[in-house]
Ligand binder design. Sequence first.
Ligand code: F3S
Length: 415
Amino acid sequence: MKLSTEEQAMLSGDFGSGVRKAMEIVCTLGQIYDARRLAPVGSVQVAGVSYRNLGEAGLEFLREWADQSARVRVPTTLNPAGMDLRAWRELGFSESFARSQLAVIDAFGRLGVRATCTCTPYLVGNVPHLGEHVAWAESSAVSYANSVLGARTNREGGPSALAAAITGRTAAYGLHLDENRRATLQVVVRCPVRTLSDLGALGYLVGKAARNRVPLFVFTSGGLEEARSDAALKALGAAMAASGAVALYHVADVTAEAVAGVDVLARDIERLIVDDLAPGYAALSSPARHEPDTNNTSIDLVWIGCPHASLEESETVVALLAGRKVTSALWVTAARAVREHAAGRGLLAAVEASGGQIVADTCVVVAPMRELGFRSMATSSGKGAYYGPGHAGLAVHYGTLAECIEAAVEGRWAA
Ligand code: F3S
C-alpha cells in the first residue's frame, strides 16, 4: 500500500503514540482488504458509545487513547449513548450507569469528538457531498451517506472509525471504489408501498435476501411519493442494514448517484421480485415468541425515531396524537438539536402535554430498557423492531405510525 510522506510519518510515530496506534489500525485494514492507498476523509461518525455495550474495558480503551494525546483531525460526530445525557434522572436511569456513561462521553470529548449522540448526523449538520470519502460507523447512517447523499464509506467499526478520525484517513477499498458501488441485485417492487412501516417491512425482506449486495429498486406500483421522502429512504436503508448488511442501495430517479447519471448497473445483476410485504410485517412483529409471559396485547412503550426522528416526523406524531393523552410510555428519540427545534416549534410541549417524551442522545436499542421496567413495545421502525427483542429484551408489535400512536393512547395493541 502506498503511503504519502505524512502518512508514513504518522505510522512511524512522529505524531505521537496515539496517532501511530490509529494509523496502524487504518493500515492493517488496508492490508486485509488489499487497498492500494489511503483516502482522506471529510468526516467521521463514531459508534459504540453506550456504556451498556462498551463496559469498563471499552471505557479504559478510550481513556488510554486520549492519554496518548490522540485528537481527531476531521469533524467527528457520535452515535447515541445509553441514556439522555441531561434527563437521565427523570427517565429512571441509575446513578451508577449515568456516572459510567458520562465518563465515556468525557473520554470522547478529550479525543475531540462532538457529543452529538445521534445516528442521524446528516440531520445536525454533518452532510457529506456526492463522492466525498467519509468513515462512518452506524449502519443506518452509512446506508444514508452512501445511498441518499452519494458519499463513500464502508461500514466502519467503533475503533476503525475513531482511527480514521485521528489520522484523517481511511483505507480505500470496498465502497470507496467505483467498481463496488454498482447494483448487483435489481429489486422490482410490485406491491404498493404507502407508509414508513411498509418501507421498513420491505427493507427487512430485501436485506435478508441481499445480504451485502447492492440493490437497485424499481417501484412498479403506487406509493412512490413515500419512497422519495428522506424519512422513507432513512427507514428503508436502516431496515436493510439491520436484516442484511446492505451499506448502499440505489432507487431509480431518486438516490444521489442514480440522479447524477452515474452508471449504477453491474454487468451481472440478479433479480428479486417483491409482491407482498406481509411476511416482513409478520417477521418484525413477534411478541409471543420473545416475551411469552406478557399479555400479548399490552404495550409498555411506543417507540418512534429509529433512526432518530426528524422535525417532520415529530410533527406527524403531534398531528396523530391530536391532543390526546397516552396510556403507555411514548418515546420519540431524536438528536438533541432536533429536539431543540421541536421545542421552538411547540412540538415538544405538545408531545409532553400528551404524556409522551422527546428523548435525546439515546435510543431503545442501546439503553438498558429492561432495567427501566419495559417489557413490551410497539414501533413503526423496521430496524427498531428487528433489534428490539435481542438487544433491548422487548416483545415487539410492528405497525404503522398511526397504529403505534393509537397503541400509545390505548395502552394496548389493537391492530
Ligand atoms: Fe439509531 Fe438506535 Fe435505531 S442508533 S438507527 S435509533 S437502533
